[in-house]
Design a protein around this ligand. Structure first.
Ligand code: NZQ
Ligand code: ZN
Length: 387
């Protein structure tokens, strides 16, 4: 196992009605809030009204930034920073999914940065300080509620890039599974794929001796496989929503990655798809991940796939190792299909027009991963396989 420093500073308030902790938690940081949310789902579900009522009762002053879009745009971030600066905001409260949370994180960091906010996306080292951030999660997927990352899109430059800093860990997150009852089927499924993909990015690693992390990773994957189909047919099943919500946070808060070399190549490859075609992150991953697996499978990597196939998919361990590996990949693809996720780029109307530019973009910050290191030509081939 490699050396590591443990630090997951976000306090989590998990369960039904945990919103009753909101005011006391906010008041640790001040009294003036920027409330950030998306395209209106929180108004439809009544969560917005509940929050505003709490603010009024507890004399919390709030300003609003609404309309954060999926694949959140840098322009919206700039708008949020301006509101914070003009109104001397104490805390940024994100209410929504990963897009709302990610935008809020970069807003909070941008307030303490003198130049343009896109600089701190391009170069995370420029995140020197940030306003406190808190979240109320409404979609189980990205884990942004408990991690230090954010992904922002710049449509002008056709870039979608991740940034991150310990300064942008949320101070606290309220995770009430009932808030995810209303998530539509396609977003629910994309969320399950995203959670599993976060596990894959740290599970498929060259570090073999992290036995404990690997077993915990398999537990998160099995949770998704167990509850994914259930939540598609029973969207208001509390047990299923709760297990998926917690799986989403644990998948990417660092716990499974400590002591390991990690990968994150399929995520970079997917972010290019979202940048060029504005597709849902989890949908892109559902298409790409099985092809990434096929591409990286070799004599060098096969044992990891055997471990995955036997422990996660219960494949007969007496079979030939490549047979087990291939079958584990097929089972992954079949599982995503069973959640009505597409399996090729043409299923989502993407052709070969931008493959070369996207492959170049995916490796713009350097070679991807180390489980099997990928250069531009490799990424291009994975896109081609996925057509
Ligand atoms: O905008 P509203 O009206 O709220 O609707 C949203 C949006 O249309 C809707 N939704 C959310 N909660 C709902 C709901 N609809 C009904 N009921 C609810 N309770 O779902 C749609 C998608 O929301 P979004 O926030 O975009 O989804 P998600 O949470 O999957 O976030 C995706 C973004 O996060 C980034 C992705 O790249 C993408 O931009 N990621 C962030 C990561 C991180 N910070 O660590 C890691 C991930 O790998 C990922 O890259
Ligand atoms: Zn993801």
């Amino acid at each position: 196992m490699l050396n590591f420093n443990y630090s997951i500073p976000t306090k989590v308030f998990f369960g039904k009605d945990k919103i009753n902790t909101l005011s006391e938690n906010i008041k640790e940081y001040g009294n003036k809030i920027l409330l950030v949310y998306g395209g209106g789902s929180i108004k439809k579900t009544g969560l917005y009204d509940d929050i505003v009522k709490i603010f009024k009762n507890d004399h919390i002053k709030y300003f609003e930034l609404e309309g954060v879009k999926p694949n959140p745009r840098i322009d919206t971030v700039r708008k949020g920073i301006q509101i914070c600066k003009e109104n001397d905001i104490d805390l940024v409260l994100a209410v929504g999914g990963g897009s709302v949370i990610d935008a809020s994180k970069v807003i909070a960091a941008g307030v303490h940065y003198d130049g343009d906010a896109w600089d701190i996306v391009l170069d995370p080292r420029k995140i020197y300080k940030a306003l406190p951030i808190a979240t109320i999660l409404t979609l189980a997927a990205t884990g942004s509620e408990m991690d230090a990352g954010a992904v922002i899109t710049n449509p002008e430059t056709k870039q979608k890039l991740g940034t991150g800093s310990p300064n942008i860990f949320p101070k606290f997150s309220i995770l009430d599974p009932t808030y995810t009852f209303s998530v539509p089927k396609n977003q629910t499924a994309a969320g399950v794929v995203d959670i599993m993909s976060h596990v894959f990015e740290v599970y498929f690693s060259k570090t073999n001796e992290a036995y404990l992390q690997n077993r915990m990773a398999e537990a998160v994957l099995k949770t998704c496989i167990n509850y994914g189909p259930k939540v598609m047919s029973e969207p208001e099943n509390y047990e299923a929503r709760a297990n998926l919500m917690w799986a989403g946070s644990l998948a990417i808060n660092g716990l499974l990655a400590y002591g390991k070399e990690t990968e994150w190549s399929a995520h970079e490859i997917e972010h290019e798809l979202s940048a060029y075609y504005d597709i849902t992150h989890g949908v892109g991953l559902a298409i790409l991940f099985p092809y990434w697996m096929e591409y990286v499978l070799s004599e060098d990597t096969v044992d990891k796939f055997v471990e995955y196939g036997i422990n996660v998919w219960d494949i007969d361990k007496t079979k030939d190792k490549f047979e087990i590996a291939k079958s584990s990949i097929e089972k992954t693809r079949d599982f995503f299909n069973s959640l009505d996720m597409p399996s090729t780029l043409s299923d989502v109307d993407i052709d070969d027009k931008h493959l070369d530019e996207m492959a170049k973009g995916a490796v713009a910050r350097g070679t991807l991963g180390s489980f099997k290191a990928l250069e531009k030509e490799d990424v291009f081939k994975i896109y081609q396989m996925s057509l």
